[in-house]
Design a protein around this ligand. Structure first.
Ligand SMILES: *Cc1c(COP(=O)(O)O)cnc(C)c1O
Length: 388
C-alpha cells in the first residue's frame, strides 16, 4: 500500500485511541472530493471501471448507496438514484428518457415547477408537451401521438388531489411503448406501490415524508428492470452530486417513516372529517373521504392516505379577509412544502390548462403535522371564526 494512503488509514482507523474502527448504528458520513487509492494497481483498476466502491466524490459514498438501496427495496423497483431535490428528480427523468422531437404527456395537476421545466426548458430542445386532465384513465389514448415518449402522472396531485386510473394508463402505454413515470410523493411507497400498477419509474420528493423534518432537499428516482440501464448510465454521465450529510438525514428519517405516516394519516382524517361539517366550508378534498370524485379508485389502488389535503369555501373571500383567517392561526406555519412534523398551510387559486371544477376557487391546503390533532382543530376553529 502506498505510504500516503496508509498513513491516512492508520490515522483514522488505527490510532492509539481505539483498538479497532468504531462501529456505530448509523453509517459514517463522508466528506470528500478525492478518494485515495491504495496503490497504482488499484488506480488502474478504477480507471477501467473495475473497482466496485466509490472512486471519486461524485461516485456515491456509502450513506447515499444505503439510501438508494433502502428506497429501491421500499419501492420494490430494480434500482434507485438520489437527486439534489424532488424537482431535480423530475427534470432528470425527462432528460434521461427523452430526446429532441419527442412528445410528453403531463397531468394538469402535476407539481408546477416540473410543468414549467417542460414548457420553458424542454421546449427549447424541441420536446413538446400536452396537458391531460388530472382524473385521466383509459381515455389517455386520445392524447397519445406517434412521437409520445413519456407520460408523467401525479396521483393524487398535491393541490387538488385528483386521482388517475394508473393501471388503465400503464396498460395503454405499454402497448404503445411509452414510458410511464409517477410522482409518488403523496402516498409514499408505503401506501402506493407504483410497480405493481405497471408504472416504469417512481419519483419521490425525499424532502417531504421520507426525510420528514423539513431540513433536507433531496429527490429519488426508482426504475423497473426494463429502464435500469438508461437511468444508471445517465446518472453516471451526469455525475449528479448529493451531499452525504443530507442523504444521512433522509436515511435516518426513513427509519421512522411508517410510524410518522400512520399519525399523519390519523390526524388528517380526524381533522378532514370535522371540517366537512363546518358552516363556511364547501368541499373538503381528501381522497379517503367518500365524497372524493375518485374515491373508488383510491380504495382500489392505495393502502392508506397521508397528511396533506385541501378544502374550499362556500364563498370567495377577499385577500384581506383570508389574511384575517390565516394570520390568526397559531400552529399552522405559512410556507411551501409539506410532509414534515410541523403543520403548514398554503392558499391560492390553481392555474389550469384543462377544465377543472376548482377553477376560480381558492384552495386552502393543509399539511397536517405531528402536533396533537385536537390542538390543530381548535386552532383552525378559532381562525375560521374570523370569517364570520
Ligand atoms: C415538493 C414536491 C416536489 C419537489 O420536491 P423538492 O424536493 O421540493 O424539489 C415534487 N413533487 C411533489 C408532488 C411535491 O410536492
Amino acid at each position: 500500500m502506498k505510504k500516503a494512503t496508509e498513513s491516512i488509514l492508520q490515522h483514522w482507523h488505527n490510532d492509539s485511541h481505539a483498538a479497532y474502527p468504531p462501529v456505530t448504528v448509523n453509517p459514517p458520513v463522508y466528506r470528500g472530493s478525492t478518494v485515495l487509492f491504495r496503490d497504482y494497481a488499484e488506480m488502474c483498476k478504477a480507471g477501467k471501471g473495475q473497482l466496485k466502491g466509490p472512486v471519486y466524490g461524485t461516485d456515491r459514498f456509502p450513506v447515499q448507496r444505503s439510501l438508494e438501496e433502502a428506497m429501491q427495496k421500499l419501492e420494490n423497483g430494480a434500482a434507485c438514484r438520489i437527486f439534489p431535490s424532488g424537482l431535480s428528480a423530475i427534470q432528470n427523468t425527462f432528460l434521461a428518457f427523452c430526446k429532441s422531437g419527442d412528445h410528453i404527456l403531463l397531468v394538469d395537476n402535476a407539481y408546477h415547477p416540473g410543468i414549467n421545466f417542460c414548457q420553458k426548458i424542454l421546449a427549447k430542445f424541441n420536446i413538446e408537451t400536452t396537458f391531460i386532465p388530472p382524473a385521466v384513465g383509459a381515455d389517455i389514448e386520445e392524447y397519445i401521438q406517434d412521437n409520445t415518449r413519456l407520460i408523467l402522472l401525479e396521483s393524487p396531485g398535491s393541490n387538488t388531489f385528483e386521482i388517475q386510473d394508473i393501471p388503465a394508463i400503464t396498460e395503454m402505454a405499454r402497448q404503445k411503448n411509452i414510458v410511464t413515470a409517477l410522482d409518488n410523493t403523496w402516498a409514499t411507497p408505503l401506501y402506493l406501490k407504483p410497480f405493481e400498477l405497471g408504472v416504469d419509474i417512481s419519483i419521490q420528493s425525499v424532502s417531504k415524508y421520507i426525510a420528514g423534518y423539513s431540513d433536507v432537499l433531496l429527490g429519488a428516482v426508482t426504475v423497473n428492470k426494463q429502464h435500469e440501464r438508461t437511468m444508471l448510465n445517465y446518472y453516471r454521465r451526469m455525475e449528479m452530486y448529493t451531499p452525504d450529510s443530507d442523504c444521512y438525514l433522509a436515511l435516518r428519517g426513513m427509519n421512522t417513516l411508517s410510524t410518522r405516516l400512520k399519525q399523519h394519516e390519523q390526524s388528517a382524517l380526524t381533522i378532514a372529517s370535522t371540517l366537512v361539517n363546518h358552516s363556511k366550508i364547501d368541499t373538503v378534498i381528501h381522497p379517503a373521504l367518500p365524497n372524493h370524485p375518485q374515491h373508488k379508485i383510491f380504495l382500489r389502488d392505495f393502502s392508506g392516505s397521508s397528511g396533506l389535503f385541501a378544502f374550499t369555501f362556500k364563498e370567495e373571500y377577499s385577500e384581506k379577509k383570508l389574511g384575517q383567517f390565516i394570520d390568526k392561526l397559531e400552529l399552522f406555519g405559512l410556507g411551501y412544502s409539506w410532509g414534515g412534523y410541523k403543520s403548514l398551510l398554503t392558499a391560492g387559486k390553481q392555474q389550469r390548462n384543462t377544465p377543472s371544477i376548482y377553477s376560480g376557487k381558492t384552495i386552502i391546503r393543509l399539511n397536517i403535522g405531528l402536533e396533537a390533532p385536537q390542538d390543530l382543530m381548535e386552532d383552525l376553529e378559532q381562525g375560521l371564526s374570523q370569517l364570520s
